[in-house]
Design a protein around this ligand. Sequence first.
Ligand SMILES: Cc1cc2nc3c(=O)[nH]c(=O)nc-3n(C[C@H](O)[C@H](O)[C@H](O)COP(=O)(O)OP(=O)(O)OC[C@H]3O[C@@H](n4cnc5c(N)ncnc54)[C@H](O)[C@@H]3O)c2cc1C
Length: 475
Amino acid sequence: MTHVAVIGGGITGLSAAYYLERDYPEVTIDLFEADDELGGRIRTDMSHNVVIEGGPDSFLAAKPDLVKLCEEVGLGPHLIGTNPRARGAYIFWKNRFFPIPEGIQTGVPTNAKAVLISPLLSVPGKLALLKDFVVRVKKPSDEDQSLGHFLRRHFGNQLVERLAAPMLSGIFAGDIDQMSLKATFPHLLTAEEEARSVYIGSKRRKPPPASPFVKRYHSVFLTVDRGLQEIVLQVARNLRQTHIALSHSVEYIAPQPSGQWTVKTSSGSQLYDAVLVTTPAYVTARLLRFLSAPAQNILERVPYADLAVIGAAYDPSVVPIKTDKTGFLVPRGSGLAMTAVTWVSSKWHYPHADPLFVLRAFYGRFGENILKYDDDQLIHLFRRELEQSMHIQADPRYLRVFRIPQGMPQYLVGHMDRMALLQREFANFPHLFVAGAFDGGVGLPDRVKQARETVEIMGHQLNLLPQEIPSETLT
Ligand SMILES: Cc1cc2nc3c(=O)[nH]c(=O)nc-3n(C[C@H](O)[C@H](O)[C@H](O)COP(=O)(O)OP(=O)(O)OC[C@H]3O[C@@H](n4cnc5c(N)ncnc54)[C@H](O)[C@@H]3O)c2cc1C
């Protein structure tokens, strides 16, 4: 038997345990989770018969790993897509809602007419878009740059501040002027290199082949009918050879001369043939004290944004505005501290939820200290801003604040080079594996893909005998 420790019971650690069991029957696993429940960033509250997600609410169907995992653990019939009648979102600017123009992809317009007729941009803002056709393109170089710098150079400040920044920083809770272009949307560089105009390059870009899962579920985004925590619970229910140790915070991990690894928790230490660490970068730095100083430094310096999510359920009759899209994004400088609001009950039709109007408001961006406010202050801010934007004055039937300290890793300029250095360092330590959202994508499908690929490498390194997998699970 090969004994493996997995550190962290978020989606990365859990799916890694699942693939280890699925593919290598001779492995036993201890999964250590510091918290008293599994899931990490995934948190669903269904206590009041509405679905309120405290972290992620959906995942991309086109990236296949998570859909496949859901189907394998029996959640296929429970996957639901977004409400087709609530397409798109608004931007809240100067106390008005503006529909996001059609064809904006990763912050870049691909439908000139839609942007030119949008009242969100002023005439100078629209004229600035022409920069894209005359911009002097920097010689392709290996040097990274910020996404904001790149987009401003091509489309001017207004498009970036009113459209691209709220759309793109929303995914990473980041500052567009510090986010690495290479680590986030490298295809924009290719568009620039190939066509000079990013507009033309993006239009020319062939759409990826239609995903079978988007077709199967008729939606680009998917969730689970009782919320994403169902994935966590169902993957855990499928584990047979994994011992899950909740409330077990790992203190450190150390290599042994025998080639094994010691894992030390508050309740003692144990030896393992291999260890997979899936904690956030700042924890991983503490656990792997034996790394070289430069590698430690890289891990410690991956910054994270503090976030807060407020979910609330209202009687539909108290909502005085049309909520016909998935919600709205809030650019900096709009007069609100919130960064976005999802109109949950417009975006999803959760079949088991009461017919209330449910929304989620997001607070916190990289560089802001949103968690300096206590819950009462956050609720006060939320209710004031909801009144200003949506004119809702009534009390919610239910409200929940989720505080998420160091919730989202930031991919700052130069991120890819720093991650390459780290990977080289990790390669010096056989049978030690490190995964996590600080490298390889924050999206849930990216997390599951990284877990699956890491397990495959682990299998090779440890010479594990793979189990025959029925061909239908591979489709
Ligand atoms: C508000 C928010 C909204 C998001 N929305 C989306 C979305 O809609 N779609 C999407 O695809 N992605 C979204 N994401 C990103 C996604 O949720 C995360 O990238 C993903 O859940 C990270 O999973 P993980 O397992 O790598 O890390 P985590 O979920 O952080 O798990 C790491 C685990 O390690 C544990 N741990 C820490 N220290 C120790 C220790 N010393 N010993 C043992 N265990 C330890 C932690 O308790 C945690 O459970 C969102 C994230 C946030 C915060």
